[in-house]
Ligand binder design. Sequence first.
Ligand SMILES: N[C@@H](CCC(=O)N[C@@H](CS)C(=O)NCC(=O)O)C(=O)O
Length: 208
Amino acid sequence: MPDLNIIGVPQSTYVRVVRMAAEEKGVPYAFDPQPPHSDPVTAVHPFGKVPVMRHGDVELCESRAIASYIDNTFDGPALMPKEPAAAARAEQWISIVNTIMDQSLVRRYFLAGYVFPQREGREPDATVISEVMPDVERQLSVIEDSLAKSDYLSGDGFSLADINLMPILFYLKGTSEAGARIDNSETLTKYFERNVARPSFAATMPPT
Ligand SMILES: N[C@@H](CCC(=O)N[C@@H](CS)C(=O)NCC(=O)O)C(=O)O
């Protein structure tokens, strides 16, 4: 039984990020697929959000903190660039994705537009989708502009910034509007295909 325990539903983009971090480092971990606000989660996260992590006496919540702990505790390839400007650029992207893009791309567009209606046997919510689409378009364009200058978000090779974005792009690819926006962009398509091929991505595929 591995010492590192990652807790949280596999469908969560944030849970996938920390699992990908462990996979990229080559760290064995036990995965406990617990929903938000379940007892094992609230025992660690004061607001019941996933992921949470246990490693011996260490218990942590928040994906960025957990990924940082995994990166700094275990051997294996570094997940953050060493060069200060590239490291700061990776942090900048993680912050933008987690504080701005997650809200519109995941919560409003993907979950409210597609997942929640479909769970109730309804069609995707066209009103929600059309309201959020300007934000989706703008945010994908911002990512595209950055990737037009560099193959990776930090500008210095694959990093946690790319790990942090890929689970979101994966969900968007399966939708009509954002999926078409990605497919019509050579830059976004190349980026997606480059990173989707990583074993850490295949190993953390959410159930359908
Ligand atoms: N800032 C947190 C966000 C985690 C988060 O929002 N997780 C979602 C699942 S993707 C969750 O637990 N939602 C339940 C809730 O907000 O009550 C992190 O980076 O770990």
